[in-house]
Design a binder for this molecule. Sequence first.
Ligand code: GLA
Length: 394
Amino acid sequence: MDLEQRSINAESLQPLFVQYFNHPPVVVAAAPGRVNLIGEHTDYNNGFVMPMALEMINAVAVAPSPTGKHRWVGSPGDSIVELSSQEAVLPGEPFWSNYVRGVICMLERRGISVPPVDMLVDSNVPRGGGLSSSAAFEVAVCTALSTLCGVDVPPAERALIGQQTEHEFVHVPCGIMDQFISANGKKDHALMLDCKDLSYRYIPMTDPSVSVLVIDSAVKHSLADGGYAARRKNCEDACAVLGVESLRDATLDMLETHKAQLGDLCYRRARHVVAENLRVAAFADAMQRGDWETAGIAMRGSHASLRDDFEVSCAEVDTLVGLSYTIPSAEAVYGARMTGGGFGGCIVALVKSQAVEQVAREMLEGYRETLGIETSYIVTRPGEGARVLLLQRL
Ligand code: GLA
């Protein structure tokens, strides 16, 4: 995966759309990927998360199809996939089309009927990198189609539509974080979300002295292969022992009291979640004060806990995080951790801006020397959430 960004916008999609379909798009909408600063594997436990939207987007151009059939292109250069209205609401091949089929089905469940559309998709969010390319896709499709239908679907609802699509059409039992930040991201802000009731607040990230560095481990991750679902199950089992509805209602004291009944595995899984919620609160607090040292300590604690208690990291990601302590410029790194579901993907680090390029170079060099893997990075600011880039009145 390459974290270099190719620019995508309404102007880049329009001529391609015309080449495929011989008429212009009526709507072009975009939704971003995300990086999660802290709060990992807490969302499906009704806990707290603190993601920010990226500047990388998935963009979707649509127009009513004059053929009476759906015609979709999954990325520029690909061939057209043609579907009837009946097929478009059922899971099927090719695999990527399930993201679109799911969204159409969920819109119809809400009484919004989608006419046959011509659609062209393009994205510069790397796939399988833990930066939520799927959520960006779902939210972009939902934003484009609802706009085309002239219906205002609120961002939180679009996030839920994306999540239901993952559950029912992609078979990933994800939480709500990725779709929520993609729909609700705000430029120059991180978002602190309470996944219990979906209340949230934005926290400004405009301090020029600190930068967000994202480095790819070059290990592709997949949440569909069982590890993610197994973690969810461990958390549910822990809730049953503790007699709570979700781990949001558990405390570290409760875990100690029930340690024997929980067993080592569920005890450690639950300890990660309960402690991670506390770390999100500490991080948010520190961030608001501009206390990056304290924020960095919370990030480092988060990584250790994901590695040792939740066991969703991997050797390569641990190597990258380890390098953030040992490179010559290590003192410029406030904190670093794996980000996203785990089992590969990216790390996120908060770094002193004046040294961020140097830190990135040294990390990449160290990674190459230790594991022989070439990889890439980006330095990024919080980007905008889902938006309509173009709307032609019919
Ligand atoms: C994936 C899921 C999210 C969340 C994270 C882990 O990104 O899609 O819902 O559970 O993993 O924090």
